[in-house]
Design a protein around this ligand. Structure first.
Ligand SMILES: *Cc1c(COP(=O)(O)O)cnc(C)c1O
Length: 342
């Protein structure tokens, strides 16, 4: 049996036949003139879903986050985020490159911080030697934190801190879908809390590309110019937006299956003698550590690769597995068996 099992990320998903159909039959127009009906429909749908005034389609989640940061800050100012944050670690230094902003990093737990930590990280506004704190960025679920979900009560406490200190509040919700499915939360409760939210459609949902920024009409109106500056104005991208609408209608509920599979993989890993630690698994990301006295992490990856199973290392003996739309029941069964025979 030779089946390729790709567990490196939930970004490896491909459009399903139903999604391809929706793309092929999409009505399109020039979105730079706001004349693409499929993009307008996706933006309206998401704005309604989150109970926010407006939404704007972007090619990538990185661009959406970068636009949001740009909207909320002035050059020289500072944002607060966890040390694991995607905006700090994985957006190519865009925070400083695009917006001239620095990051105050919080030493949180699995990518999540407390309201107390946030408040303590704010620079006093009258102390002119320090950068002015302007923004707090949250990530849910946390990527580097292993798919962890925030406690909504803590998010509310951080909101209160933001209001008290006049800070903007942005949510990097690349995998917010996973968090909401896991916790039984609604998009409206997030929409009511944050000034801006970015969501991804290309992770686990099967879209080839796509991310959306949500916010007030004023902020989203300004985001149009920022997106232009970043080179993100697209023309007949409705073919891609149609994939997003299809994903929201058909692929959200099934994320629970990815979470279930991740939990099952975790249980098997925990039983293997050369695994030192499996981080708690809440959604579709599994981070685990190999006991390198017993087996090198690289040789574990190599052994699986020989069997056409792919995962990635995160350094220091840590490895990552991500379940997703195209990781099928058959692949899951095969993978669990192979793991048990290693
Ligand atoms: C993937 C991801 C993004 C956006 O990434 P793109 O590849 O640019 O779409 C943003 N934040 C988090 C937490 C992510 O995992």
């Amino acid at each position: 049996m030779s089946i390729e099992i790709n567990l490196i990320s939930d970004t490896v998903t491909k459009p399903t036949p139903g999604m391809l159909d929706a793309m092929m039959t999409a009505e399109v127009g020039d979105d730079v003139f706001k004349a693409d009906p499929s993009i307008n429909a996706l933006e309206d749908k998401l704005a309604k879903m989150f109970g926010m005034e407006a939404a704007l389609y972007f090619p990538t989640g990185t661009m959406t986050n970068q636009a949001a940061i740009n909207l909320h800050t002035q050059p020289g100012q500072q944002l607060i985020c966890d040390k694991y944050a995607h905006v700090y670690n994985y957006e190519g230094g865009g925070v400083s490159f695009n917006s001239g902003v620095s990051c105050k990093l919080i030493d949180g737990h699995r990518g999540m911080m407390t309201a107390e930590q946030v408040e303590a990280a704010i620079n006093p506004p009258d102390f002119y030697h320090s950068p002015k704190t302007a923004l707090v960025c949250i990530e849910n679920t946390t990527n580097k934190g292993g798919g962890a979900c925030w406690d909504f009560e803590e998010l509310k406490k951080i909101k209160t801190v933001c209001e008290k200190h006049d800070l903007a509040y942005h949510l990097d919700g690349a995998r917010l879908w996973n968090a909401m499915v896991k916790k039984g939360e609604s998009p409206q409760q997030y929409g009511a809390l944050f000034d801006t939210i970015s969501v991804c459609l290309s992770k686990g949902l099967g879209c080839p590309v796509g991310s959306v920024l949500l916010g007030s009409s004023t902020l989203v109106g300004e985001a149009l110019r920022v997106r232009k500056v970043l080179g993100g104005g697209m023309r007949q991208a409705g073919f891609l937006a149609a994939a997003g609408t299809y994903a929201l209608d058909h692929q959200l509920e099934r994320l629970a299956q990815d979470h279930q599979k991740a939990a099952e993989i975790g249980s098997v890993l925990e039983q293997l003698p050369f695994i030192k630690k499996v981080e708690p698994i809440e959604t579709n990301i599994i981070i685990f550590e190999i006991d390198e006295l017993k087996m090198a992490a690289s040789s574990f990856v190599e052994k699986l690769a020989q069997k056409q199973i792919h995962l990635i290392g995160m350094g220091q003996g840590k490895l990552r597995i991500v379940t997703h739309l195209n990781y099928t029941d058959t692949q899951h069964e095969a993978f669990l068996k192979i793991l048990q025979t290693l």
